[in-house]
Each structure stands twice: as C-alpha cells, then as structure tokens.
Design a protein. Structure first.
Length: 437
C-alpha cells in the first residue's frame, strides 16, 4: 500500500493561501483558514485514536501569514512529526498534551485562580481574607507541588499540628483544600481520590477533637430595660446614632450585620415594616432564598425617623458611619458592640437576641415557632419548610410590640397569645394578660 504523500504545500503557499477551508500538507497536517476579512489561520493535526474509528483534532498553533506572526510550515511539520511518533508508540498526542498541562499546574497557582473566581460570592472582606490566609499561609508546604502529586499524607502534615489546638480553623482549612481539589477534578486537572476528603479518609486518621460551643454573652432579660435606658441617656450626651442603633437591634432582635447594612429603601414606615434582602440573611439558620420581614414597634419607628434624613437617598445606609459623607458607609463592625459594653460590659450584640428569646420563652405564651421565626431561624424540618409559605407576620408583630413595651418600661404587663390556631389574615382573638414574673 502506497504511503500517503507528505509535504504537499510549499512555504510560499502556506503563507499566501487565503481561501477558507482546510489545506492538507499530508500526514494529518492541515492549514485551516476561517472565512471572513480577518480569517484566523491555524495549524491542526488530524488523527484516529488507535483501535477505534474516532477522529481527533489537535491544535498545533496559529499559522504564519501575510503580516501575521505564527508557526511557519517547517515548525508545523516538526510538531506533526512529533505527534506521529507518539502515535507509533501507542500514545495519544492529545492525552499526552493534557498530561503535560496538568503536570505544569501547581496547587498554589490553581488555588489562587479559584479564589479569584469565587470571591464575588463571599459575604464580606473577612471571608475572603480567611480563605486567602488558609490557602496561602497554612497551605504553604503544598503550594509549589503539582496538583496530581499531592496525597493525604501532605494534607495531614498541614492539619495535624493545629487539629487539637485550633480545631475550628483546622476544619475550615480542610474544607477549603477539599474544594480546591474538587474544582481541579472538575476541570480535568486532577484524577483519583480527593486527598482532603473527610469521610473514609481524614476522619480515620485524625484524633477526635472536643468542640466547645461558644455562647455569646447576654444580659438577663430583666436587666435589658435598664440597658436601654442607659443607651438613651448616652445618646442625649453623645449625639451619635450608634446608641440608637444598639437600641434598635435590641428592639428588633436582629443580627448586627442585618442592621448595620440596612438601607433606606428597605424601610416602609407607612407599613411599619423593614424587609431585609435574602442575600444579607445568615443562610445556615434562615430559610434559604427568602427575604425577612421585620415588624417595627412604635419605638423602632421613632428611631428610624430620627436617624434617616428627609433627603436621604434610597441607597443610603440608615445607620451610617460617624465620618461617612452622604451616608455611603455603614457603622463600623464593632461600633455597636462598644456602645453596649459601655453601659453593660457583660453583653454582646448577639447576646441581645438571647435575652429576647429567654424573655419570650419565660414571660409569654407565644408559640415557640413564633419566637424562633422572630429571630429568623428555620422552623421545622425540610418538608415542613417546603409547605409553609407564611411568615406569621401578624403574630410576630404582636410579639415584638410586647417586647418593646417590656424593655421600654411602659408596663409591667406582658401580653399572652392565645393557643388557638390563628390565620395571619384574620383578626386576633381576645388577649389575656398576666403580670411579668
């Protein structure tokens, strides 16, 4: 059988041909010219995978042409000859190239690129800083290693020294390393078992660490009215919105971040309602993908009227930073905490939510679910969450009004909700009252 003719094209033809299509030089080497005024010129190598009828195309690079840089005919022929040699040895040229590409990518290079691609989904700068610290500093021993070379022993060397001393950080680091390898595998840059996977791998090799639950400092709910009065007194002398912000957080029992980043457009004073966008909710505890409606008591409305200028932009922050012009920056992360600790040292902003929850459980007969929903907590299992669409806004409004009256010292009477089932769009049944304990 006659051999296929090689070297069909001349150097001049390879550089001057302008007709779109494939122009064969023989032996699987083709010059491909795309249609159009600026038609792209490229060298490709066509071949069949051994033992199959599948045809594959291997790009060799851009082709040289009039006024265009690229591979000359001679360069393209050398690359095609190298590909034919690999075929003769039983190798797949495309697979070999992929292997070479994988071998050139280190953990550090890929981790940095992944971090840049996913950082837009982070809630704040701190999350990005934590990821960067873990992938750059804690993973330093493996950053220069090829992705495919890293094994479980390498990951253990990173995690073991901190597993028992700073376990939470170690667990976060392991999770982030695992995601890097998952992404590498998805891109075809890594094969085999994920060396940072937990079950059936690191779980069997690392000692069980004791986890201590961190409880946020909270004041007994009976002390909250006094704390609120102290904040009001400090506001009179300090002439700053930070004390009002602290009081507002206590009144609404929201998380600090939800109040700090509150914008004017989220508030409807007519409906006495604040709608927190879904993206600002803490999704581990809150129903996913849902905004949160916060009913506003009389005092909460008064605070908002006091801090929001009449000419404020809809995008302006309600509780703006002290030195923020045009309300373009929110209160600092620790500003509210410092305001609280100035009047009650053993108190945190998150602890205000605990005080509210204790009061609701001890001093009222509102259903547990209503108190939990007031804190934007998930209620029930996944099935119940899927079927429950209401937010119990009317009941929650009654609860928050009772809380506002309690901490405002307006009355020593706490309102109890009826145990009877009640629809959100029906008028509430008659109410009972009892003295606070």
């Amino acid at each position: 059988m006659a051999k296929r003719q090689l070297h069909k094209l001349s150097s001049r033809e390879a550089e001057t041909i302008a007709e779109p299509g494939r122009h064969g030089d023989g032996g699987g080497l083709y010059l491909v010219i795309e249609a159009g005024v600026h038609g792209r010129r490229q060298w490709i190598f066509l071949y069949r995978v051994r033992g199959t009828s599948k045809r594959r195309e291997l790009g060799l690079g851009p082709a040289k042409g009039k006024g265009k840089d690229g591979l000359s005919l001679a360069d393209a022929r050398r690359k095609a000859a190298d590909a034919r040699k690999k075929l003769a040895e039983g190798k797949d040229p495309a697979a070999e190239r992929r292997a070479e590409k994988v071998a050139a990518i280190t953990f550090g290079e890929f981790a940095d690129a992944l971090l840049q691609s996913i950082k837009s989904g982070f809630k704040g700068k701190k999350t990005y800083a934590d990821w960067k610290r873990d992938l750059k500093v804690r993973c330093q021993p493996i950053r220069s290693k090829n992705l495919q070379e890293i094994n479980t022993t390498d990951i253990l060397a990173i995690l073991s020294p901190m597993w028992l001393t700073i376990n939470r950080t170690a667990r976060e680091t392991r999770s982030r390393i695992e995601r890097v390898f998952m992404a590498a595998r998805a891109k075809g840059l890594r094969s085999g078992e994920n060396p940072a996977i937990w079950r059936g791998n690191l779980k069997e090799l690392l000692p069980k660490a004791k986890r201590s639950k961190r409880h946020h400092q909270a004041a007994p709910y009976k002390g909250v009215p006094g704390i609120v009065r102290a904040l009001q007194e400090k506001h009179k002398s300090a002439d700053s919105s930070v004390n009002l912000a602290a009081e507002f957080i206590i009144l609404t029992a929201v998380r600090t971040g939800e109040a700090r980043f509150m914008r004017v457009r989220e508030v409807d004073l007519g409906e006495r309602l604040w709608i927190v966008p879904a993206e600002r909710m803490k999704t581990e505890d809150s129903p996913e993908g849902l905004c949160f409606e916060v009913p506003l008591s009389d005092r909460a409305v008064s605070i908002l009227k006091a801090v929001i200028p009449k000419d404020a932009s809809p995008d302006a922050y309600v509780f703006a930073g002290q030195w923020s012009r045009n309300r373009e920056k929110p209160l600092g992360m620790n500003a509210v905490l410092h305001a609280l600790k100035a009047v009650y040292p053993a108190m945190t902003t998150h602890g205000c939510r605990s005080s509210f929850r204790d009061w609701a459980g001890d001093e009222t007969t509102y259903e547990r679910d209503i108190a939990e929903m007031a804190l934007a907590h998930k209620v029930g299992d996944e099935v119940e969450q899927a079927y429950r669409r209401g937010s119990a806004l009317k009941k929650r409004r009654q609860l928050m009004e009772a809380w506002a009256r309690y901490i405002g010292g307006v009355s020593n009477v706490v309102t109890f909700a009826s145990r009877e089932p009640q629809s959100d769009d029906r008028e509430p049944p008659s109410r009972q009252t009892a003295e606070s304990r």
